[in-house]
Write a protein that binds this ligand. Structure first.
Ligand code: ATP
Length: 454
């Protein structure tokens, strides 16, 4: 495939089309031509052009009509208008309709080359900006991560966002399950409808039923009026059922019916109402084991589990720790009015070696606490909780909170520590790090993969 930039020339004057085609080919572009706006619109919809040079006055569909057509078709091509001598007002009109620039006829090769160079520069800056934004906040929605495992999850979930597929998110507490659910909703077709989250473990059973499905007046002692449930409130949008494993068995049966029929019946009510709700659920429990133990309905499990996302605990993606530390220092710092705080190298090292049983939530709390305690804009070891601080020191590099005497586990923890330190010291240079570690480059690559260190 040619890597030449593609240009579409749109003009009803055949001579001008040929002249421009020859001129632009000489300048290294690949050139297509169209004789009117309608033909151009069809070509632009089929192929993608770096730039479109378009005459204003043309039969069938003129330049303005073409620009409007581009907007309607969602085309974001850079269109440069070619205006006849003395019709600057027309050209400015076209710019209001989305054209990038204009050039007055007659023009010579240098003039056209200058306009295109300017447009190319703008495209380059736009691409650079996009890249910078992506690098500044790698992740999905508000979720910050650069780990392979998480990025694979982002890739899959992005694809799911637009569909109504039920998704079950599995992961330890604080791994970001709700954030994934939110990202699925706010990146999808339902983003303008409500996202409603409910923790199934936090509401007593009789209340939960009326919370989810609503009730009619007089359904029970306190039901003084009709009340819509969360399924109705979330209509058109997403209902996030957190801690789904805590849902009592009778409600599991009712939920399954709602998911199958897409209809709800308020508690005490006779008639049913149609609802269009996407259900995303989350659990920190092993639902397969719950099903085996008879505590969770198998049919509901299959219904919720059309797509499963399993979030790895933070200790399995320690490369995210420095990124999250920066992220929370900034976001929590902004809320607290404490800006520009940086972690000291020892504090960062301690945080990278800690096992974070409470996952990202614990790290976030640790940073918030640190922001209160820190002085002179440095988050030092002293600002960290005792459990995190304890990871500094050779014997403490063993997995925190783990009483195991396994030499294998201990050695792995030590290896992981030494590798991370060597990489920190060499600024990520693996060859130099392998030398410091006194192992082969190959062995280092193998261990990096085995330990999930990036
Ligand atoms: N990758 C991440 N990037 C930024 N913030 C994160 C990330 N993961 C989690 N958080 C933050 O950590 C906290 C916990 O996340 P969240 O509530 O989504 O976890 P959870 O798995 O749903 O927890 P639980 O099971 O306890 O409900 C939130 O404040 C969230 O904003």
């Amino acid at each position: 495939m040619s890597d030449k930039k593609k240009i579409l020339v749109v003009d009803d004057e055949e001579n001008l089309r040929h002249m421009l085609q020859a001129m632009l080919k000489k300048q290294g572009y690949q050139v297509d031509t169209a004789a009117d706006g309608a033909q151009a619109l069809e070509m632009a919809t089929r192929g993608s052009y770096a730039f479109i040079l378009c005459d204003i006055k043309m039969p069938v569909l003129d330049g303005r009509g073409f620009l409007r057509g581009c907007t309607e078709a969602g085309l974001a091509e850079t269109v440069i208008m070619m205006s006849a001598y003395g019709s600057v007002d027309d050209a400015i009109d076209c710019m209001k309709l989305g054209a990038y620039d204009y050039i007055s006829k007659p023009f010579n090769a240098d003039e056209i080359s200058l306009v295109l160079k300017k447009a190319e520069e703008r495209e380059r800056l736009k691409a650079e900006n996009r890249l910078l934004r992506e690098q500044a906040a790698p992740g999905f929605g508000e979720i910050v991560s650069r780990s392979h495992k998480m990025n694979e999850i982002f890739r899959q979930t992005r694809k799911l966002a637009d569909y109504k597929t039920t998704v079950l998110i599995h992961g330890e507490s604080g791994t970001g399950k709700e954030l994934i659910a939110r990202a699925l909703h706010y990146h999808g077709a339902r983003k303008d409808a409500p996202f409603i989250a409910v923790n199934c473990g936090a509401i007593p059973e009789p209340l939960l039923e009326s919370e989810l499905f609503g009730h009619v007046k007089g359904a029970f002692t306190d039901a003084s009026s009709d009340k819509a449930g969360l399924f109705e409130t979330a209509n058109g949008g997403t209902l996030f059922l957190d801690e789904i494993g805590e849902l009592p068995l009778p409600l599991q049966v009712k939920l399954l019916r709602v998911l199958e029929d897409e209809e709800i019946r308020r508690v005490g009510g006779g008639s049913s109402r149609r609802v269009d709700v996407r259900v995303i659920s989350a659990t920190s429990r092993d639902l397969t084991a719950e099903v085996a133990a008879g505590r969770f309905r198998e049919e509901l499990f299959f219904r919720l589990n059309v797509f499963t996302v399993t979030l790895p605990p933070l200790r399995e993606r320690l490369e995210d720790v420095p990124l999250l530390v920066d992220h929370f220092l900034e976001s929590e710092g902004k809320k607290m009015g404490i800006n520009g705080v940086r972690p000291s190298p020892e504090a960062l090292r301690a945080m990278v070696h800690y096992r974070w049983p409470g996952n990202v939530r614990e790290l976030k709390n640790c940073i918030e606490r640190g922001l209160v305690l820190c002085e002179e804009h440095v988050l030092t070891l002293a600002c960290l909780p005792e459990v995190v601080r304890r990871t500094v020191g050779m014997e403490r590099r063993l997995p925190a909170g783990d009483d195991s005497l396994s030499i294998k586990t201990g050695s792995e923890a030590l290896e992981r520590t030494l590798i991370t330190r060597a990489l920190e010291k060499t600024g990520g240079n693996r060859t130099k790090a392998a030398r410091l570690l006194e192992i082969s480059h190959r062995a280092l690559l193998y261990k990096l993969k085995a330990y999930g260190i990036e």
